[in-house]
Design a binder for this molecule. Structure first.
Ligand code: BG6
Length: 513
């Protein structure tokens, strides 16, 4: 086979020529919870796809850690199965075999000290067999109650730093349950790890369209001049899902929609949309700007919550033609549960750019369809020259960023309908990822795993940012917890959500789902 034939297809696509392969230092990645759901569905397939693209370091080892009794061979077989089942590409047998060769397994309970001694031995063994000092990544793909146990024992075993290699720790959501627990978590991690070693994942930041939001704003002169209160009337951010909670009642009952999606993913979208331009696309510069804009959102007082936040639960209904149970009838959910499966908020950013512009956020399970989008609506034209019955089509311009299911940006414009009359109607100018770049976007986890290997924290949440996020959410949770009698509004599964959410909109309408 010639060199050209063995190159990945993307390399021949001139439209993605900017996707250079950067050198990444040889790495050992330790996954705690290596046979769990996240590892099987996202992490292992993500690592395989990076290998497939030739993006991984030359020498890469992976150590799975969990309680089950498995041999190295058993772990390789289970990793192979997960990759074959969940990879976005059909695995190439040679690439997969090469990757699995350096997979090891270390068995033990996370609070067992001997586990960490055995882990240290396995890491040193890999350094020796691969002939180099490998960087270390400890990926905590476990329930959050294990984070302090794991980081504490890694530290006690001397594994949290090294003179010859970079050591990083990756933490998955939920990052705390409220402000106080998030702070406690940060403190316990900081006992042994510097903040610069900590990579807190919010998988939304790994999505191509989320990064494209920054490209749209800061790589074009067209939008930024109007990106403020003088031109923008309101912003709507929607994260609608058609799925229910599946088998996740154990987690979801204690979380709810506000913690599950708003505190992290949706407020991240808002921050990127509204922050000031960073001087550089660099981890701390960018995160400084996000923190500033989040801190400009005044947390509501307890008695203001009812006017700016709506919660609701799905009842029985029909989703995509199939009957769906109501939330309280889902397995594992209390019959009198008050956990919200839908949350909508109206927030204001108190700074010069955004004062007075409402940001409406809504998310819910079991809604009419999966749709994640940001809709920025501009103010109407100051004066319409098109009077009379034909002027009805003069609508405010909108910039719509669709994250899911399509990845697209569209700008609505008023255009003349062909014919003898001056009739106006909105048309869309659209850019679709798939057709413009002729390539499939990588999964969010691929980008994020590679960034951890490179040591680039730009798309990860910093400790002060986590606090700023919780400061907005805490009073809403507190007000909802205090109110133990008002019935939780219900919406039919498969619908557009509760009618109560319309009241937040100051006479405007939610976009159609
Ligand atoms: C997760 C939530 O963080 O994000 C899930 O825990 C939710 O409840 C998921 O379904 C949505 O992610 P995506 O990428 O499908 O929009």
């Amino acid at each position: 086979m010639s060199v050209a034939e063995s190159e990945p297809v993307e390399a021949e696509n001139p439209l993605v020529a900017g996707l250079e392969r950067q050198p990444v230092r040889s790495t050992a990645m330790v996954i705690f919870g290596a046979v769990g759901d996240l590892a099987s569905r996202k992490l292992l397939p993500g690592i395989y796809n990076l290998a497939h693209e030739g993006a991984l370091p030359e020498r890469i080892a992976l150590i799975g850690v969990s309680r089950g009794k498995l041999s190295d061979e058993d772990f390789r077989a289970s990793a192979r199965e997960a990759i074959e089942r969940f990879s976005r590409r059909r695995p190439d047998p040679d690439v997969l075999a090469g990757l699995l060769e350096n997979f090891r397994y270390v068995q033990g309970a996370f609070d067992d000290d001997t586990l960490y001694a055995r882990l240290a031995e396995t890491l040193t063994g890999l350094d020796q067999s691969l002939g180099t000092q490998l960087n270390r990544i400890f990926y905590l793909s476990t329930a959050p109650e294990f984070f302090p146990t794991i980081t504490g024992r890694l530290g006690a075993q001397g594994l949290s730093s090294s003179e010859d290699a970079e050591v990083r720790v990756v933490i998955e959501k939920p990052i705390g349950y409220d402000l106080a627990s998030a702070r406690a978590q940060t403190e316990s991690v900081h006992q042994y790890f510097e903040e610069s070693q900590v990579f807190r994942i919010d998988h939304y930041l790994g999505k191509e369209t989320v990064q494209n939001l920054m490209a749209l704003r800061f790589a074009n002169a067209l939008f930024e001049p109007v990106w403020n209160r003088n031109f923008i009337d309101n912003v709507q951010i929607t994260a609608a899902e058609d799925i229910g909670i599946g088998t996740r009642a154990g987690y979801y009952e204690g979380a709810g929609a506000l913690r599950d999606l708003v505190q992290n993913h949706m407020l991240q979208l808002l921050a990127l949309l509204a922050m000031e331009p960073p001087t550089e696309f660099e981890a701390n510069r960018l995160r400084d700007e996000k923190v500033k804009v989040l801190e400009a959102i005044a947390p509501p007082a307890l008695d203001e919550v009812a006017a700016m936040a709506v919660r609701a639960q799905y009842g029985p209904g029909v989703v995509s033609g199939a009957e769906a149970a109501g939330y309280r009838d889902e397995p594992g959910v209390a019959a009198d549960s008050r956990t919200e499966t839908y949350a909508a908020l109206r927030l204001y950013i108190n700074n010069w750019r955004w004062a007075g512009v409402p940001f409406y956020l809504r998310t819910g399970k079991r809604l009419a369809r999966k749709l994640t989008e940001i809709a920025v609506t501009l103010r109407p034209v100051p004066h319409s020259a098109f009077q009379g019955p034909d002027s009805g089509g003069v609508q405010p311009n909108q910039v719509i960023l669709t994250l899911q299911p399509d990845e697209a940006v569209s700008v609505s414009l008023g255009a003349k309908v062909p014919g003898t009359k001056m009739q106006i109607r909105p048309v869309n100018m659209e850019f679709h990822y798939g057709t413009s770049f002729l390539s499939e976007s990588p999964e969010a986890y691929e980008r994020l795993i590679l960034d951890v290997m490179r040591g680039d924290a730009t798309l990860f949440t910093r400790a002060d940012e986590v606090e700023a996020l919780w400061r907005i959410i805490d009073p809403i949770l507190a007000a909802w917890e205090l109110d133990t009698d008002t019935p939780i509004p219900q919406y039919a599964a498969g619908s557009a959500g509760p009618v109560q959410a319309v009241e937040l909109l100051d006479g405007r309408a939610w976009r159609r789902l």
